[in-house]
Design a protein around this ligand. Structure first.
Ligand code: NDP
Ligand code: MG
Ligand code: MG
Length: 337
């Protein structure tokens, strides 16, 4: 019973009398600004003076200004610089937010955890593709789209939802489907997911599996294939057909073994603790302090990850075997039917 919004529920011409300032030209920034531009929306990209992205944006036919100049002429300012940089960029554009303007995000961290406090009189919204930027752009160019979220934090004008849907249509998301959420729900589910399951959970499970096999005397190459490389094949099956699609494709032995043994490696209390620290703001505080201290712990964790045996083994194997980008591309370019 969730409402899903499609193309018919939105009208890009709602944005006809607007100038949209897209701040940042990275993963999301390039995709939003190019898609909006192709959808007929007036876009200006906001980039710092010495930005290495300036020429790419200009060559793509976009107008580029500094963030404050872009925000000055814009009715909608879209924050698409990294989340850790947003508070500083916000300070530079804060005075350019006029009554009735919109401040828009693609992730709720800085609003939800109070790192950006916009004035009353300004709409504060989110339009967030559930996809990396290069796919937001690539699918749009093919006449398709990626699913997306909208959320309204502050609706000063009364138009926030209609305009968010129009923007979502302008970047192609209503072609795939858009659902409405809140800043709180988006942030808390996003942080929990990337920590417990997607980025953190999966890498730790892969490393633990790899180490268990290698410590028991098995060849690191075998451990790599089994615990990391094949993961993609399994995830592709889940992506296409859910768990049953995956179970139906693997052997009955794999299915029985997985169903009876899998739960053994899951720590539910650990997951609940992760969720609690997201909900009570402890994780956000830690990450904000870590950034203020120029990321000492982050650098240590990264170095340990870089130096893990699985990286060396994998690097060697990826050079020897044919898979990865070329193979993917072949699949992408194969006829769709
Ligand atoms: P990126 O890291 O790709 O952003 C890079 C852009 O930000 C570049 O144009 C860069 O400018 C600019 N930038 C970086 N540092 C500064 C700075 N100090 N001052 C000014 N500009 C700076 O960001 P993402 O696209 O990954 O993320 C943008 C937002 O979208 C975030 O809120 C994120 O959570 C959200 N989001 C991201 C998704 C993703 O898949 N990446 C998915 C959904 C939401 P320069 O070119 O000058 O280096
Ligand atoms: Mg303005
Ligand atoms: Mg995330």
């Amino acid at each position: 019973n969730t409402t899903v919004y499609y193309d018919d529920d939105a009208d890009v011409s709602t944005l006809d009398d607007e100038t949209v300032a897209v701040l940042g030209y990275g993963s999301q920034g390039h995709a939003h600004s190019l898609n909006l531009h192709d959808s007929g929306v007036d876009v200006v990209v906001g980039l710092r003076e010495d930005s290495s992205s300036r020429s790419a944006a200009e060559e793509a036919g976009l107008r580029v200004e500094t963030p404050d100049a872009a925000a000055r002429e814009a009715d909608r300012v879209v924050m698409l610089v990294p989340d850790t940089v947003q508070p500083a960029v916000y300070e530079a554009i804060e005075d350019e937010l006029d009554e009735g303007d919109t401040l828009q995000f693609a992730h709720g961290f800085n609003i939800h955890y109070g790192q950006i406090e916009p004035p009353e009189g300004v709409d504060v919204t989110m339009v967030a593709p559930k996809s990396p930027g290069h796919l937001v752009r690539r699918t749009y160019e093919r006449g398709e789209g990626t699913p997306g979220l909208i959320a309204i934090y502050q609706d000063a004008t009364g138009d926030a939802k209609e305009e968010s849907l129009a923007y979502a249509k302008g970047i192609g998301c209503t072609r795939a489907g858009v659902i409405e959420t809140t800043f709180q729900e988006e942030v808390e589910t996003d942080l929990f997911g990337e920590q417990a399951v997607l980025c953190g959970g999966v890498t730790e499970m892969v490393k633990a599996g790899f180490e268990t096999l290698v410590d028991a005397g098995y060849a690191p190459e075998m451990a790599y294939f089994e615990c990391l490389n094949e993961l993609k094949l399994i995830v592709d099956l889940m992506y296409e057909g859910g768990h049953m699609g995956m179970w139906n494709s693997v052997s009955d032995t794999a299915e029985y073994g997985g169903l009876t043994r899998g739960e053994e490696v899951i720590d539910r209390e650990g997951m609940e603790k992760i969720l609690e620290e997201v909900q009570n703001g402890e994780f956000a505080r830690e990450w904000i302090n870590e950034n203020q201290a120029h990321r000492p712990a982050y650098k240590q964790y990264r170095a340990a990850e870089e130096n893990h045996q699985i990286e060396e083994v994998g690097g060697g194997l990826r050079e020897l075997f044919a898979w990865g980008e070329d193979a993917d591309q072949e699949k992408e370019e194969a006829p769709a039917d």
